[in-house]
Design a protein around this ligand. Structure first.
Ligand code: ADP
Ligand code: MG
Length: 354
């Protein structure tokens, strides 16, 4: 019998659009002869629907306006089932079903941050990717740095963590950062992604604006010394306790000052090198770092571990526990270097939890 996989997309996160793009790629490549796919869309304001329309409408964002194809649903911790409520047309397509696994193709808050993983843990439904605690720690850049700092000797950027109350004394926050590392600095929300709310600050005049922008995304922010180097990413895959690290990728920022939202998803100016332009020894080092970090953070199934490659070696930047799966995303590209197809990659990922 085919395994029932619920693919979740959308979500109450600043990365809603990225999720739609990732989910479209997953849904159009998944092997429907092996899995029974149940598509669950979550609107920007958090309404959950079973979606029975075209995958193309997921990509464009039109899915949630297609009310004929939507039935409200909820997962219940009471019986571990997905329950269907009447659609706009009147009837629920079925009463309930029991999923074999949930694949949350969701990025950022309420998807990648442990909350979704906690919900399914309570429901007793296996979830693709990291568990609740691991996801929560990896979503919060300050917590991630603490664990990686305590468990490994891998270099990281000097940083100051600020909480919302620190906004009341912006000057003392700025002076602390100036004393610790000076300009340029990076200011970023602890729990966000896709570079939303991230700024490079070159002098004191821009500091307060950057801090406000980061706090608009999260109640906790990180202010870091700017690291000079290229950006190198490593795909890590785990299945039933065996680990694999792909050959790293290197981001070519083109003329962009940093890897901001525009550079990631919109402009054509940026590109990548695959594999990264590294010596064999450098490649081994960064792969070993990525695996050490993946294990230190108790990650499962997949994560993309990002580094800066500086003149003095690698500096860990961040980890993404639900890496992008859009057509331009690096995780699938890295994993497909050995000839694995996109459909086979999704197969491997599902097999890791089934
Ligand atoms: N300390 C830093 N030094 C240099 N560049 C940085 C630093 N922190 C972030 N950046 C730049 O900002 C981008 C986004 O920051 P990142 O921490 O990766 O957050 P996100 O989760 O939004 O991707 C990075 O890819 C990099 O280009
Ligand atoms: Mg990043």
């Amino acid at each position: 019998m085919k395994k029932i996989i619920c693919v979740l997309f959308g979500g109450k996160s600043s990365e809603y659009d990225v999720s739609l793009s990732s989910a479209h790629a997953v849904l159009t490549n998944i092997d429907n002869s092996r899995y029974e796919i149940v598509r669950i869309g979550i609107t920007r304001d958090g309404k959950w629907y079973h979606f029975d329309g075209n995958n193309e409408d997921i990509r464009t964002g039109a899915w949630c306006a297609d009310t004929d194809s939507l039935s409200p649903v909820h997962f219940s911790p009471n019986d571990g089932m997905l329950h269907f409520l009447p659609s706009a047309k009147g009837n629920a397509p079925i009463d309930a079903l029991r999923p074999d696994a949930v694949f949350p193709v969701l990025h950022g808050k309420f998807g990648e941050d442990g909350t979704m993983q906690g919900l399914f843990a309570v429901c007793g439904i296996p979830v693709v990717g990291c568990g609740c605690t691991s996801s929560g720690v990896c979503m919060d850049k300050a917590f991630t740095k603490s664990v990686v700092g305590a468990e490994t000797d891998i270099p990281q950027a000097d940083a100051v963590t600020a909480r919302i109350a620190d906004k009341n004394d912006m000057d003392s926050l700025r002076l602390r950062c100036e004393a610790k590392f000076g300009y340029p600095m990076f200011v970023k929300p602890c729990a966000a992604g896709s570079s939303v709310g991230v700024s490079k600050v070159k002098d004191a005049s821009r500091f307060a604006d950057a801090v406000e922008k980061a706090f608009a995304e999260d109640g906790k922010i990180l202010i870091e010394k700017a690291i000079v180097g290229t950006e190198v990413e490593v795909a890590v895959f785990e299945s039933h306790g065996s680990y694999f690290t792909a050959r790293p990728a290197e981001i070519d920022l083109g003329s962009s000052e940093f890897y901001d939202y525009e550079t990631k998803y919109i402009s054509d100016a940026s590109g990548y090198y695959l594999p990264a332009r590294l010596t064999e020894e450098e490649e081994k080092t960064v792969q070993a770092y990525a695996l050490e970090i993946f294990k230190a953070l108790d990650c499962r199934v997949f994560s993309r571990v990002d580094f800066f490659h500086t003149a003095d070696g690698f500096v860990f930047n961040e980890i993404n526990t639900i890496p992008g799966f859009t057509p331009i995303s690096m995780y699938p590209k890295m994993m497909m270097q050995d000839g694995t197809s996109y459909a086979q990659l999704i197969d491997k990922i599902l097999d890791a939890v089934l």
